[in-house]
Design a binder for this molecule. Structure first.
Ligand code: NDP
Ligand code: 8X3
Length: 256
């Protein structure tokens, strides 16, 4: 088992949903949590709870992963005791809209591509060289069932997650010969703020996404991530695909 106590775990998008659940799960293992999101107030509000849950320390950063220079300077200016990141959870991401591609909004596309692809690249580029130099590290990327099978209206979101799958595999190949591990955790539907963000704050429409079925919870996904990163150091989990029992893939659901 890889022990997580006192490991520095950097989680992007830790202010809500899966990222927040990961922060709680790693806190319970005694990790040192480096948390990033645009809503710093939310991260700071979580800190007391995380410390109470067992986090060895917590450091929160206001960061928009779409801003390459902000990412670079946030990582290069970390205080010495935070700079040796052991685990990176590339979780920050979002979907916007469910329009047919030929009617899609350019602003929605830019946001998804800039966050889900370019944001992951910027953070990975800033963090992974240090892992290689120190001879220790694990990168976890949040993929999706959407990266396996495209669904109508989701073309651009699905393309970002399919692209991320390629990046995950490419990074694992490029890191061959180093001890740094790379894992993609690909959930199906998880009830978080994801759909509310997709529908630009329309809560009624968001609630309908989960009606009549039992979706995954953010904790279910955090569990899978915790399992992947706690395998013995010679074991690399390349890919975990998980759905609720009410979902077979991106297109097939059991709705009552
Ligand atoms: P939430 O909307 O609940 O959380 C998204 C998190 O990402 C928030 O903390 C948000 O923080 C952060 N975020 C978004 N944009 C940025 C940005 N530009 N810079 C920094 N942080 C950002 O969604 P989920 O927890 O569900 O989603 C987390 C990840 O899981 C995403 O990559 C998503 O694609 C993926 N996923 C989600 C599934 C689902 O059904 N929910 C299923 C499969 C994968 P803030 O707004 O404060 O910046
Ligand atoms: C999120 C899952 O099916 O809503 O990646 O796109 S889905």
């Amino acid at each position: 088992m890889t022990r997580l106590k006192d490991s520095v775990v950097f989680i992007t998008g830790a202010s809500a949903g899966i990222g927040e659940a990961c922060a709680r799960a790693f806190a319970a293992e005694g990790a040192r949590l480096l948390l990033a999101a645009r809503r710093l107030d939310r991260l700071q509000a979580l800190e007391p709870d995380l410390r109470k849950a067992g986090a060895a320390d917590v450091h929160s950063l206001a960061l928009d992963v779409r801003n390459s220079s902000a990412v670079e300077s946030a990582i290069s200016s970390l205080p010495g005791n935070w700079s040796s990141i052991n685990i990176l959870v590339n979780n920050a991401g979002l979907s916007r809209g469910l329009d047919k591609l030929h009617n899609g909004k350019l602003q929605d596309w830019e946001e998804m591509i800039d966050t889900n692809i370019k944001g992951v690249l910027y953070v990975t580029r800033a963090v992974v060289p240090g892992m290689v130099a120190r001879g220790r590290g694990h990168v976890v990327n949040l993929g999706s069932t959407a990266g396996e099978i495209t669904y109508p209206g989701g073309g651009v979101y699905c393309a970002t997650k399919a692209g991320l799958k390629a990046l995950n595999d490419g990074l694992r190949m490029d890191l061959l010969g180093t001890p740094v591990r790379v894992t993609s955790v690909d959930p199906g539907m998880v009830e978080t703020e994801f759909s509310e963000v997709r529908f630009h704050g329309d809560r009624d429409r968001a609630a309908k996404v989960y009606q009549g079925l039992t979706p995954l919870t953010a904790n279910d996904v955090a569990d899978a991530i915790l399992w992947a990163v706690s395998r013995p150091a010679h074991v690399n989990i390349a890919h975990i695909l998980l759905t609720s029992v009410d979902q077979a893939n991106s297109l097939l659901f059991n709705r009552k």
